[in-house]
Design a protein around this ligand. Structure first.
Ligand code: HEC
Length: 132
């Protein structure tokens, strides 16, 4: 009898575990605000997206305004601010720490894929002035 009860508990436990929805790697990427593994960044689309969502503060060509710093700047070279920091900046915002423009707010309506395109655009503009 005890054995049967134990067995039923064990069975119920396993069913509950199986029922948990295990996130696949795509879902993890989405949750971390990253595009999926098959994503291909397009700097041309990034150009338009940057101008729609970021240029207000970071300037027309990423050269800064009085509301935000230039992103085409040595401080944001890939080795110092990796692509991940762009994804986090858009998702969570940025506390003022490098400059004196105040905080960057989270930018809610920009998807991980769109950030990927924006990064490709910013990196292209950086390479044009030899920021690598
Ligand atoms: C309302 C103004 C504003 C907008 C809009 C804005 N930013 Fe920012 N952003 C800032 C400011 C200000 C900082 C500098 C914070 C500091 O380091 O002092 C910043 C910093 C950053 C950084 C550096 C993050 C770090 O880790 O230091 C990145 C990357 C960035 N912004 C990307 C973007 C992108 C991409 C967009 C558009 C999707 C965007 N920002 C839109 C104001 C803005």
């Amino acid at each position: 009898m005890i054995k049967t009860v134990f067995f039923v508990f064990l069975l119920a436990g396993s069913v509950m575990l199986l029922g948990c929805d295990m996130p696949d790697s795509e879902q993890v990427q989405q949750r971390q605000h990253l595009p999926g593994s098959d994503f291909v960044a397009d700097p041309q689309r990034g150009d338009a997206l940057f101008h729609a969502h970021c240029a207000r503060c970071h300037g027309g060509k990423g050269t800064g305004t009085d509301l935000g710093p230039p992103l085409v700047h040595q401080v944001y070279r890939p080795g110092h601010h990796a692509d991940l920091t762009f994804h986090w900046a858009v998702k969570d915002g940025v506390k003022q720490h490098h400059w004196h423009f105040g905080d960057m707010p989270p930018i809610a309506d920009v998807s991980p894929q769109q950030v990927g395109h924006i990064i490709a655009y910013v990196r292209r503009e950086q390479r044009k002035v030899d920021i690598r």
